[in-house]
Design a protein around this ligand. Structure first.
Ligand code: HMG
Ligand code: MG
Length: 315
């Protein structure tokens, strides 16, 4: 098969935004540099949100200003509004990601405004980012379920995904924020959005709270998605999503992708070293399955497929 799947590493942002302990900026910078060195094409570096809401990433400007960029790697940052975008631009961001949700209940908890209000805030921010030449990704949180509302109708997800696409987000990532999705439902929601926006613009972002994330990604790969978010060592979560735990671990995702014959460009043994290192820094074992295999027992089968000659351009 030898098709390329673009893995979007969100550990430095989604992972560290939820850490109870204080992580020094130097560790964040080292994490970003080490992740990029494994061959990951996209490393979401940090977020420019209110420090009152997410104190863990209050050092976003410092982090963004100081890590060494690798050619060919994209380092988007998350912004909730035009203030965040301005801070991101001042700090030298080259790509941004905006976020909203499929439910008012979650949007109010996470960003203190309804979905419609958040879309109205994002519209000028996305237009501004694009006017200065920055690619923009849009996240739809709670695409598979909401910690406050419960079930989320597919049409509500499609509506928000369309609104983000229409305002200029090149790529739309469907967030299973609290990890409630199962494979057929995840594929159904993805397909409904892709019918409107096109599969090439879709990505999936699965938290692994109920152990479904790999199966959900597999179902979405079958439907044609080729951009998948994950966080090294299974870090991650959102402080405003009750019950959310970490993202799908990047090393478990890459292992599956290579086994399915998809090229990722990622050096898996190097990624595993980063996973063990950051977990040690945070004082715990990696949440990934692969990270828990003793290094002297580690067998990585089969070998990573070679990169295809023509790789899709980064969004
Ligand atoms: P608010 O308190 O309603 O904001 O927060 P406001 O507009 O009323 O402003 C209040 C103060 O915040 C003002 O300062 C603003 O200047 C300041 P003051 O006058 O009091 O000194 N402010 C900012 N400061 C820094 N950066 C900014 C910014 N904006 C306003 N960007 C706000 C509204 C959206 C800012 C707040 O609710 C917030 O920052 N929320 C972020 C929550 C968050 O980061 N959640 C996690 C990320 S989303 C996620 O993890 C899901 C995802 O992974 C996908 C998935 O899993 O589903 C993406
Ligand atoms: Mg997330």
């Amino acid at each position: 098969m030898n098709e390329f799947v673009r893995v979007v590493e969100v550990g430095p942002r989604d992972g560290l935004q939820n850490e109870p302990s204080e992580v020094p900026a130097a560790t964040k910078i080292c994490l970003i540099e080490r992740l990029a060195a494994t061959g990951l094409p996209v490393v979401e570096a940090t977020s420019f949100v209110s420090a009152k809401w997410i104190p863990q990433l209050a050092d976003a400007g410092q982090v963004l200003a100081h890590f060494r960029r690798r050619p060919g790697v994209a380092y988007p940052v998350l912004v909730p509004n035009i203030i965040g975008l301005e801070h991101a631009l001042e700090a030298g961001a080259g790509q941004v990601a905006v976020f909203t949700a499929a439910t008012d209940a979650f949007s109010l908890k996470n960003t203190n405004c309804s979905v419609d209000e958040s879309l109205a805030r994002l519209r000028p921010a996305v237009a501004y980012a694009r006017a200065v030449g920055l690619p923009v990704r849009g996240y739809v949180s709670c695409a598979l379920g909401c910690p406050y509302q419960g079930e989320v109708p597919v049409k509500d997800v499609v509506k928000v995904a369309r609104a983000l696409a229409e305002m200029g987000c090149e790529e739309i990532s469907l967030g299973d924020t609290i990890g409630v999705g199962t494979p057929h439902r995840t594929r159904e929601v993805l397909q409904a959005c892709a019918d409107q926006i096109g599969m090439a613009r879709m990505a999936v972002h699965c938290h692994d709270t109920r152990g479904q994330a790999l199966a959900n990604v597999y179902a979405c790969l079958e439907a044609g998605v080729r951009t998948v978010d994950a966080a090294v060592a299974g870090l991650g979560g959102c402080p405003y999503a009750v019950g959310a735990t970490g993202n799908l671990a990047t090393e478990d995702l890459v292992y599956m992708l290579h086994g399915l014959g998809f090229a990722t460009g990622v050096d898996l043994p190097a990624l595993l070293e980063v996973s063990r290192w950051i977990s040690q820094m945070l004082g715990r074992a990696p949440a990934s399955r692969l990270g828990r295999v003793a290094p002297d027992r580690l067998i990585l089968l089969p070998p990573a497929p070679p990169l295809p000659a023509a790789r899709p351009a980064a969004a």
